[in-house]
Design a protein around this ligand. Structure first.
Ligand SMILES: NC(=O)c1ccc[n+]([C@@H]2O[C@H](COP(=O)([O-])OP(=O)(O)OC[C@H]3O[C@@H](n4cnc5c(N)ncnc54)[C@H](OP(=O)(O)O)[C@@H]3O)[C@@H](O)[C@H]2O)c1
Length: 356
């Protein structure tokens, strides 16, 4: 549904480490206004009020919704709270940006899609890497045939350990779901996005281990191979036992190849180094990257995109159905780690839905 006034009035739920960056991105986006923030604790509520005195701050997100007047809600809370809070927002018919992972189970994803469809509500998932001038350009080059038909995708990350999160939720398997849903989910999203012109994911095999003997469930190293219906495949691999933040994408096709890399002292730097090199079948070249890239830039572009979607009715870069795919790939990969078997993704999804 298109909005008629000129400013998109945004309400933010969650003012933690990443929520503060969302607040900043909304604040900076022309045509968007941060009018309300829902925090959980008094301390976060006070921090939010101090940073954004013009916004109304609530300690109960339901009160924020009841107060009304919101064109867009942005949810940035621990992953196990996504379903409950997103279902409440969508049931109220309010357009929603929900951080990844869309939810921690397939049944929760399906429930949210059902509500959004019923309400005919814009529903976007925060896979902001799709907005990147680097990772996004890889997609554009694939789609314009630069490498011919894509056959192979590698997405690799080496970084320092995850942050604890408020109350340590990220290190509590019951609240985080699993660690594949934290960072590798972005890479499953990229891999499927890069290859979805030629096929869809069919099977997954994965391995993982932990360097913490008391916590084998918190897997610092993770690698997966996803086979697609047309015979192409993707490798998604990450380690949290390294230093800084270094991400690489390599894509090869019937004609050429692409190699993109991004390195920063941490994930949230605005001062990263990055390159994109390509072989178009004839020559190797360094390709220009039109604007700075990094998740803080992409976050701003994501908010600007949503302001535009609300005006024009266009679909967001990452839809709820894309978000569900990424959750499905993470859960199927976790099952592959657990069983050490190749998991058929369609069968896994049918069984997960039947059990719910
Ligand atoms: N797309 C990306 O690149 C990206 C990057 C980072 C994180 N994320 C995702 O963003 C989400 C948040 O991550 P984070 O790193 O910001 O975690 P965090 O630092 O732990 O922040 C979570 C915040 O949620 C608040 N909260 C919890 N329940 C709430 C409720 N009922 N109402 C309002 N606020 C509530 C907490 O409040 P208190 O402070 O009062 O406890 C905390 O401030 C996670 O789903 C994560 O996966 C995505």
């Amino acid at each position: 549904m298109a909005i008629e006034h000129t400013v998109t009035r945004c309400g933010l739920m969650g003012f933690g480490a990443w929520g503060k960056h969302h607040a900043d991105a909304i604040h900076k986006t022309p045509g968007a206004e941060l009018v309300a923030i829902a925090a959980r604790s008094e301390a976060s509520a006070q921090a939010a009020q101090q940073a954004y005195p013009q916004a109304r701050v609530y300690t109960d997100y339901r009160e924020m919704l009841t107060a009304g007047g919101l064109d867009l809600v942005d949810i940035v809370v621990p992953s196990n709270r996504h379903h409950e809070m997103a279902a409440t927002v969508l049931s109220a018919g309010i357009p929603l940006l929900l951080e990844k992972p869309m939810a921690v189970s397939l049944a929760e994803c399906d429930d949210l899609i059902r509500i959004a469809d019923e309400q005919q509500c814009l529903f976007a998932i925060g896979h902001e890497l799709r907005l990147s001038s680097l990772w996004g350009q890889v997609k554009q080059l694939i789609d314009t045939g630069y490498i011919g038909e894509p056959l192979y995708v590698l997405v690799e990350l080496s970084r320092n350990p995850y942050r604890l999160g408020a109350d340590g939720w990220r290190y509590d398997i019951d609240r985080v779901g699993n660690w594949i849903l934290e960072e590798p989910i972005h890479f499953f999203d990229l891999a499927r996005w890069y290859l979805n012109g030629v096929g869809e994911p069919e099977t997954v095999y994965a391995s993982a281990n932990s360097r913490q003997p008391d916590h084998p469930e918190l897997q610092d190293n993770f690698s997966a191979i996803v086979n697609f219906t047309n015979g192409s495949y993707a490798v998604v691999t990450q380690t949290l036992c390294a230093f800084e933040h270094h991400q690489t994408v390599k894509v090869t096709g019937t004609k050429g190849a692409l190699w993109a890399s991004w390195s920063g002292a941490l994930d949230r730097t605005r001062h990263a180094t990055y390159t994109l090199r390509g072989f178009n079948g004839q020559q190797v070249e360094t390709l220009p990257i039109e604007k700075p890239t990094g998740e803080l830039f992409e976050l701003e572009d994501q908010i600007a995109m949503l302001v535009d979607c609300l005006k024009t009715g266009a679909a967001p870069a990452c839809t709820a159905r894309d978000g569900r795919w990424s959750v499905l790939l993470c859960l199927a990969a976790a099952e592959a780690v657990r069983t050490q078997q190749i998991i058929n993704i369609g069968d896994f999804a049918r069984s997960a839905v039947a059990k719910s």
